[in-house]
Design a binder for this molecule. Sequence first.
Ligand code: XBP
Ligand code: MG
Length: 256
Amino acid sequence: MELQALIFDVDGTLADTERDGHRPAFNAAFAEAGLSWHWDEGLYGELLAITGGKERIRHFAASRDPAFLDHPDAELRIRALHAAKTRFYLAELANGAIPLRPGVARLLRQARAAGLRLAIATTTSPENVAVLLRSTLGAAAPGWFEAIGAGDVVAAKKPAPDIYLWVLQRLGLPAAACLAFEDSANGLHASRRAGLATVVTHNDYTADQSFAGAAALLTGFGEPGAPFRVLAGDAQGRTHVDPELLRIWHRTAVVL
Ligand code: XBP
Ligand code: MG
């Protein structure tokens, strides 16, 4: 089946948002609420195993501050902390503090020019996606994506396949007509369970994870003057991801 659409994860894939974006926003929310919690870079790397900000806060409280969860208002307090975190994070994005990963803007433009449809499948909150796209690619960029699956639109977050299945339904396409892009093992599990061939561009937080089953594993999307390194798969001697290479990977990927 011909490749028709590309479905992108956001955090860690389109942009390195976690260490210097989401993490300080969580910490600012904790400080504002008078909590002594602080997520340093190492601890945050461990907490990334839990996708979803509210889920991550709940998990942290359960393991490090269980008394917090005994409070009858614990769920409300988690929601309030997460709303504050989102407010801090959006302010960072709006300041242009978080750029796209190298090659992302070029690839998105080339994909549009090549007639490929675009979509997003992420566990982060929808407003975070819209503001990231607008602050990096311009006001019209959210409209480039026919489906933006984000946050609580599905009950089960990655590594469950639900967000990818939601996006496929919105696109009206079978998994076999699409390629997914991920940076983490949780994300790859989600896309593969949805039946999607998946290109992985890992990053500092995910480099040690296992990416068995990826159509290709790369250090990034690459640019003509700044090539990616290929860690698994056949990049046909190319230096960067472009629609032609994606069509080759889509044709040759084995989806179980
Ligand atoms: C991203 C996440 C998100 C962000 C925080 O995972 O797990 O929770 O860290 O966003 P993926 P929110 O890249 O696999 O989608 O606080 O808005 O949940
Ligand atoms: Mg990710």
